[in-house]
Design a protein around this ligand. Sequence first.
Ligand code: COA
Length: 415
Amino acid sequence: MKALDGVKILDFTHVQSGPTCTQLLAWLGADVIKVERPGAGDATRKQLVDKPGADSLYFTMLNHNKRSLTLNAKHESGRQILERLVKTCDVLVENFAPGALDRMGFTWERIQELNPRMILASVKGFGPGPYSDCKVYENVAQCAGGAASTTGFLDGPPLVTGAQIGDSGTGLHLALGIVTALFQREKSGRGQKVFAPMQDGVLNLCRVKLRDQQRLAAGPLAEYSQHGRGIAFGDATPRSGNDSGGGQPGRILKCKGWETDPNAYTYFITQAAVWESVCDVIGKPEWKNDPDYATPAARLPRLDQIFDAIEQWTCTQTKFEVMDICNPLNIPVGPILSMKELAEEPSLRETGTIVEVDHPERGPYLTVGCPIKLSDSEVEVARSPLLGEHTAEILRDVLGYSDDEVVAMLESGAV
Ligand code: COA
């Protein structure tokens, strides 16, 4: 048994944000029926192609454990099939451009008429307001949600991050909204709308930066490196490079081999509770009792000097040796792991976080499995569906059409 067994998802999502959400729901046991335009499908199937003729990794890695139904929502028979699907399914998930679902004839009012228990879950770039009509992709959301203005170095431009916090981050928010709405429906008997704007999702993940924005009113942010360098703060939360962002100062430091290996670095946190161990490890035992270094407050204006000294030590060790030496002393450190290292990490293979999947068009490939582990709902990662692979099966088994009706629909161009 899986946690979401019996839940049917009408998956009208495309690209990344929506598919991230429905993939998670599929891993947790929902029957996810991905609806795609006949002949075309989700645009990502043919984006960033590495094997001509095969579905791209972009598509396959976001659409595991789903079934694919092709259907032309603008064809009269296609619309009728869609209405039957709305009546049958529990959740409709979509991330079309604003207004597209309404233009297909599926307004919230119409959906409720067809199925009052239906949960309608949507991702859009922005919530109600001046930008609610805009089309939005990942980096636009990172910029509009506060991530870019607070990422990067003080003397450089705003930066977007590699973590897809706008798309996949919003997909996660949406998934939580959906399971919560399913839970509420158990008691209320009613469906509801679940709405996750990407700007809101990014801002939620940048919560600590809005914290700092308000702390600025009380004076300079002492834990930011720029404070120790005597650089004045402006009127907005600044970019803080690799500063830890929390109450325990941290930096990314070079390790042995950094001259040739772009990832020979470690993150090093000078947690107050283990300061004396840090002093011993880096060969500065005199700092333990020196009033300029002995307390966290005394250290804040000297972070550059302190991290320079720590880096002189980390440069003598590999990032893994730093880990081996510091962990037993409870000094929090983290090696900068490349995608290659992560892909090859045996422990991630063992937990199912990195999984090898076979695919009929492209052969075996690696993917990230379900990052949430439920002890009573195991996840088996299954390959993404080919375009329309399950059209006939869904029409027959989910909607009860006869074989002849299925053939007629295929011939009409509705599916
Ligand atoms: N049958 C018939 N028509 C279909 C269809 C189907 N099965 N599936 C999609 N379409 C149509 C839509 O109805 C729409 O038509 P319309 O504009 O005439 O109403 C059209 O395809 C295109 O949809 P749209 O969502 O506008 O795609 P796009 O490629 O132009 O834009 C995004 C892509 C991602 C920018 C846009 O969908 C968007 O802003 N989504 C919300 C935010 C989001 O999720 N962004 C992150 C994506 S990772």
